[in-house]
Design a protein around this ligand. Structure first.
Ligand code: FAD
Length: 419
């Protein structure tokens, strides 16, 4: 077993670490200052555009996307090669993933379009996304139903048939009419978010509850689409991620050519979309934990209480040691999962993907909590990133499937062997 990264990964890691030190970390404060002066808090600070241009110039762009068969401009990295790079971006989760065009939910949406989109859809939406010119959102969760069970989704996608072609006599065109209410739709508050991938039911009474759903592309400016309000996350509005919006679709009409994949294929696409997304989140979480450990150590050596530096308090040493052990554990599991995804595919890595989705946010929330504690009042303040990182990490015990749903499915597979 070889635990070393390969030469390409090492080379990219070195370049990315330099990019973080020279450009991203210094931009954090600048972005805050610029945002305070913006007309709307949902606009993007200018420095983000500068970071994107620089990352692209340096070839640190679209690293998440493996080259697809039609050569859809990904960096062509394996999951195992991308994992340590995503981890590095997790040190500055507000800026770095966006700077590299590797931010959720665009990454998952680009994967869906690359995998299931038609040529026309790719041209219209995937290309500007890959170029970092627009942003996108994925709209599945609904306030009215337990959305961790995607079969509950009630948004209706009704097909209205078009006329018949005069020349061929074949049925032509037609529209999908979308009605429903979604919430926690990440990225949707950002005015650059131009396209929603919406999951709803095309066949609500169909016999197979996993074939009732479809996905359609709904441009933001479609009449009947209302981005109603920004939902908060522990009080944060998450401006850098374009917020998490409540979005209402009131008889919004799109041409039938906006269907993604096939009718009835929505559930399967949602499953396919979440595999890589989950591992990306876990990688970035580990980077967040590394930043927390660094801040903990710096604070512990710099502050003195009751006559000695905090670093010399046994309990503080215990926190730091436990944090290091936990990070090493989850990193190994995440890397093993990445390797499995590369070698046996996302399906073959199912158990491990669930395991990391359960283990990583828990471990990282715990580390961030200790880091907050060590910083005293500063830990919950806006002067350190810890409180916001904690809130972001905590939400990942819910987003992309709550812990309990993964536990249930993992336990079932484990138990099956004994039944
Ligand atoms: C910050 C953030 C960003 C998000 N971004 C998006 C987005 O971009 N697009 C999108 O569509 N959604 C998004 N979501 C929504 C997220 O995916 C859902 O919150 C999640 O799937 C859970 O659905 P729910 O909130 O309806 O909870 P429910 O389904 O109502 O579940 C509530 C709780 O019930 C328990 N539970 C559920 N099922 C089981 C079970 N089988 N066994 C035991 N306990 C169970 C769990 O504890 C669960 O947390 C986001 C959420 C957050 C917090």
């Amino acid at each position: 077993m070889d635990f070393a990264f390969d030469a390409r990964t090492e080379e990219l890691r070195a370049r990315l670490l330099a990019f973080m030190d020279e450009h991203v970390l210094p931009a954090e404060r600048v972005a805050e200052e610029q945002r305070a002066a913006l007309a709307s808090p949902w606009d993007t600070p200018a420095v983000v555009g500068e970071l994107k241009a620089e990352a692209r110039r340096q070839g640190l762009w679209n690293l998440f996307l493996p080259d697809s068969e039609d050569g859809a401009h990904g960096a062509g990295l394996t999951n195992l090669q991308y994992a340590p790079l995503a981890e590095i971006t997790g040190r500055s989760p507000q800026l770095a993933p966006t700077a590299l065009n590797c931010a959720a939910p665009d990454t998952g949406n680009m994967e869906v379009l690359a995998q299931f989109g038609t040529d026309e859809q790719k041209k219209q939406w995937l290309e500007p996304l890959l170029a970092g010119e627009i942003r996108s959102a994925f709209a599945m969760t609904e306030p009215e139903v337990a959305s961790s069970d995607a079969t509950n989704i009630t948004t209706r996608i009704r097909r209205e048939k078009g006329g018949t072609s005069r020349s061929s006599g074949a049925e032509s065109g037609g529209e999908y009419v979308i009605s429903g209410r979604k919430w926690y739709i990440s990225g949707a508050m950002n005015p650059d978010c131009k396209i929603f991938i919406v999951m709803g039911k095309t066949d609500p009474d169909g016999p197979d509850i996993r074939r009732q759903q479809s996905m359609v592309l709904v441009p933001r400016d479609t009449p009947g689409v209302e981005v109603r309000r920004a939902m908060r996350v522990y009080g944060y509005e998450d401006h850098y991620h374009g917020g998490h919006a409540e979005v209402v679709f009131d008889e919004a009409r799109v041409p039938v050519t906006n269907l993604v994949g096939e009718e009835g294929g929505g559930f399967a696409i949602a499953q396919a979309r979440l595999g890589p997304g989950r591992i990306h989140h876990c990688m970035r979480l580990i980077g967040m934990a590394e930043r927390a450990i660094e801040l903990m150590c710096r604070r512990a050596v710099a502050r003195t209480a009751f006559g000695k530096p905090l670093a010399q308090q046994g309990v503080v040493q215990e926190w730091i040691a436990d944090a290091r052990v936990a990070v090493e554990q989850v990193r190994l599991l995440v890397l093993k999962t990445a390797w499995l995804m590369d070698t046996v595919g996302n399906k073959g890595a199912h158990t491990e993907i669930q395991a990391i989705k359960i283990a990583t946010p828990r471990a990282v929330v715990d580390i961030l909590d200790r880091a907050v504690q060590l910083h005293g009042a500063g830990g919950v303040s806006q002067d350190f990133p810890l409180a916001e990182l904690w809130a972001a990490a905590r939400t990942l015990r819910l987003a992309d499937g709550p812990d309990e749903v993964h536990q249930r499915s993992l336990a079932r597979r484990e138990l099956k062997r004994y039944l």
